[in-house]
Ligand binder design. Structure first.
Ligand SMILES: [Zn+2]
Length: 166
């Protein structure tokens, strides 16, 4: 489950590659140029996750800038309040992810079982069979409801008589 939480957190964070445009402020008033992406592995309570961050380089300062590290507060590889919050969300969502995964597994696993079930549970079947029988019984009723229809013959007889008269 922890593994799911970690992968979930990774997905959440992976939605944002950390690209903040071709240039960002280096922090000293210079313009740092986007160089590429750098992956960073962070150890969280959910496990180790890899975060991708856009890497920028300031030619004036000669140092690299990773805006996302500041945003996530993971420059020192420790969890920031912000990342801790996201981690908490992922941790909370993990049980649901686990549940859905479990459900998916159960469904796939159950499918064959369900096909096997029909022959075994003779008990449950009757109730199911009843409703199935009801339609026919109802159909049987409609013929039995013919008694009122017996009037029809009478009626049909009269009309038939009527046309017969003319
Ligand atoms: Zn600079």
């Amino acid at each position: 489950m922890t593994q799911i939480g970690a992968s979930l957190l990774e997905q959440l964070l992976g939605a944002d590659g950390g690209y903040r445009g071709p240039r960002v402020d280096c922090g000293d008033g210079h313009s740092a140029r986007f160089v590429g992406y750098r992956d960073k592995t962070i150890t969280t309570v959910l496990g180790a996750i890899t975060v991708r961050r856009g890497y920028y380089h300031c030619a004036d300062c000669g140092h690299g800038v990773l805006p996302r590290d500041d945003e996530l507060g993971v420059a020192d590889a420790s969890l920031s309040p912000g990342l801790r919050k996201i981690t908490a969300v992922a941790a909370a969502a993990a049980p649901f992810a686990a549940a859905s995964t479990l459900l998916a597994e159960l469904e796939s696993g159950w499918a064959p079982n369900v096909s096997n079930v029909p022959p075994k549970p003779t008990g449950p079947l009757p109730p199911t069979a009843k409703p199935a029988n009801r339609p026919p019984s109802t159909a049987a009723r409609s013929p039995s409801s013919h008694p009122p229809n017996s009037r029809c013959p009478t009626n049909s007889t009269s009309p038939s008589t009527a046309p017969a008269s003319p």
